[in-house]
Design a protein around this ligand. Sequence first.
Ligand code: ZN
Length: 245
Amino acid sequence: MGARRSQAQHTKQCVVPRRDARCTTVPKGSFFRISCTEGPQVGDLNLWSASDLAEHFYSGKTRALHGTHVSTGDRLWSRFPSMRPMATVFEDTLDWYGWDADGGSVHDVIGTRCDPYTGRLLSSTDYHYCCHSNLTRALADHADLTVQEAEGFVHDVLNVFMCTGFTADTHQYFMKASPVRVGDHLEFFAEIDLVVGLSACPGGDCGAEHSSDTAACYPLVIDVFQNADPFPEPARNAYDRSHGR
Ligand SMILES: [Zn+2]
């Protein structure tokens, strides 16, 4: 993979505005890098197969296979019935963070994504720029769908740069300010042809408030480094799907 990366050429840049999302395509055998360029900012990542939006990232299975947080060498798996690697973490400048004294780490596959439904449940207000809605609008624009059609394809995320864990006493999910700084990045190898969706979370560094315009927020950048050499994508899962019938 290192040789493929050293021969890859920078072909595309996609800027994700703050409190918004964008989708971009990445060919298999190429690399995409998510960078923090202006200030501490968390990103919510969705992945779809470019040839079939129904094949999307499966954060729960990825968590079961690799743990609550991912880093270099871990793979992001697709949902049933394909269940194959969609992307592999190639480089992580936050590898140094490891696990902190509270049991926190970065890049989790625990949380779901901030969304307007939970906001409505908890505060009876409507906020339209949560990651769920941002990803919905971005996919609608990318795939020429209505927002209602696109919403059904939006799924649980990889929380890029986010710092999270479970409390030692009651094992509840917590988040704290991300250690990400300008210049940090998380880079992936694309195992299949991908549509990459990324939301610059309205929580900013996610140290305090979500689901409002209160937190300081910054754009994120996706750079694509393409390698045109042929790459055989991983086969779809071989289970026969007869399910005992
Ligand atoms: Zn969010």
